[in-house]
Design a protein around this ligand. Structure first.
Ligand code: SAH
Length: 335
């Protein structure tokens, strides 16, 4: 729900101060609507149903993957598409992938979101409503801001949402912001955020030449500056930085790239997550063999590295596939 609008509606009615927190607490625990809030007076519940929509988003489609992943497509009140994904793991972990913008103004060549039209920044309430959509179905305990959009371009709203996630069941240590290295936002994140929220960097290349080729943003904020900022995060906050590295055949996946990557990363500070490329049309993904060969070079250099388990690829819910185009959300929609 739009929490600013809720505050306004409550103060206009002269409601006591504790009401907003009371109502939020119900929503955060997965209440299906105002009618379930039994300690809120019925007249107020009715009034809110009329004036403050229970969610800022409407669900336009939902698809489930064979692996248990669910992708929801929403619309904002002004018609912008937004996607979020719930990943279910065997060990019981329930991880949400939330969008911070509708579309993305950056144009990373391997990412489907970059090829759709940029809509706008999402509000904190719109991000929380993505989480609550899934929370109403089951408990959730992890959240990554790795859906559509660049969180550091919308930092205030992203933090507004992240700071309320513990009420939904997701602690700060289980919350991760992922960035291409948009420096103004990243600098603020490092300086201002005292909560133990985790940082992930979409690096994807070991030098400026390769990185600029696949991520135009690198022309503006070169790799050395971005890595220096991540080191500052570590010095200040004592938390490691996750490096995301999408494996593109012949582009960034050779042994020399792995050696170069190892040479620019301090293993005390960085952990690498190798991401199998999810097809978006432009590139060829590295073979499984190439990915493990790359990892073994990092292993030998003492750089902690894992290979990301790909989820939801059969429903275009995997990293980089969130495009919200009707073309993608094809004929097999559930609802
Ligand atoms: N803009 C932020 C948040 C989005 S995170 C960022 O880029 O970090 C989405 C992650 O998925 C990023 O690491 C992104 O680089 C990765 N990704 C994008 N396209 C992909 C693809 N086709 N296959 C695998 N990973 C991809």
């Amino acid at each position: 729900m739009d929490l600013d609008r809720l505050d306004l509606a409550l103060s206009e009615r002269g409601e006591p101060r504790f009401r907003a927190a009371q109502i939020w607490s119900w929503a955060a625990r997965g209440a299906p609507g105002y009618e379930a809030m039994t300690n809120v007076p019925a007249s107020l519940r009715d009034a809110l149903t009329e004036t403050v929509p229970f969610s800022t988003l409407t669900v336009s489609a939902e698809r489930s993957s064979r692996d248990g992943t669910v992708k929801a497509l929403f619309q904002t009140h002004d018609g912008h598409p937004v996607e979020a994904v719930l990943m279910r793991y065997r060990d019981g972990r329930r991880s949400l992938c939330v969008s911070s913008q509708s579309g993305c103004p950056l144009t990373c060549t391997f990412c489907a979101t970059g090829s759709m039209r940029f809509g706008r920044n999402l509000t904190a309430s719109e991000m929380l409503d993505q989480a609550l959509h899934f929370r109403r179905v089951e408990g959730v305990d992890h959240c990554v801001f790795m859906g559509m959009g660049e969180p550091m371009l919308n930092l205030d709203h992203v933090l507004g949402a992240a700071r309320r996630l513990p009420d939904i069941g997701i602690t700060h240590r289980r919350t991760t912001l992922s960035t291409v290295g948009w420096m103004p936002g990243l600098r603020r994140f490092v300086d201002e955020v005292e909560e133990p929220i985790r940082l992930a960097l979409s690096l994807h290349a070991p030098d400026d030449a390769v990185r600029s080729e696949i991520m135009p943003v690198n022309e503006r904020y070169p790799l050395a500056d971005v890595l220096a900022e991540c080191r500052r995060y570590f010095e200040l906050r004592h938390r490691k930085v996750f490096v995301e590295y999408v494996m593109l055949a012949g582009v960034n996946d050779r042994a020399e790239h792995a050696r170069q990557l190892a040479s620019i990363l301090n293993p005390r500070i960085f952990k690498v997550n190798l991401i199998p490329y999810n097809p978006t049309g432009t590139f060829e993904g590295s073979s499984t063999r190439a990915i493990w060969a790359f990892k073994s070079v990092l292993d030998r250099a003492g750089i902690p590295a894992t290979v990301r388990l790909t989820r939801g690829r059969d429903i275009e819910a995997a990293c980089g596939q969130l495009a919200a185009a009707p073309r993608v959300l094809g004929a097999t929609l559930r609802s």
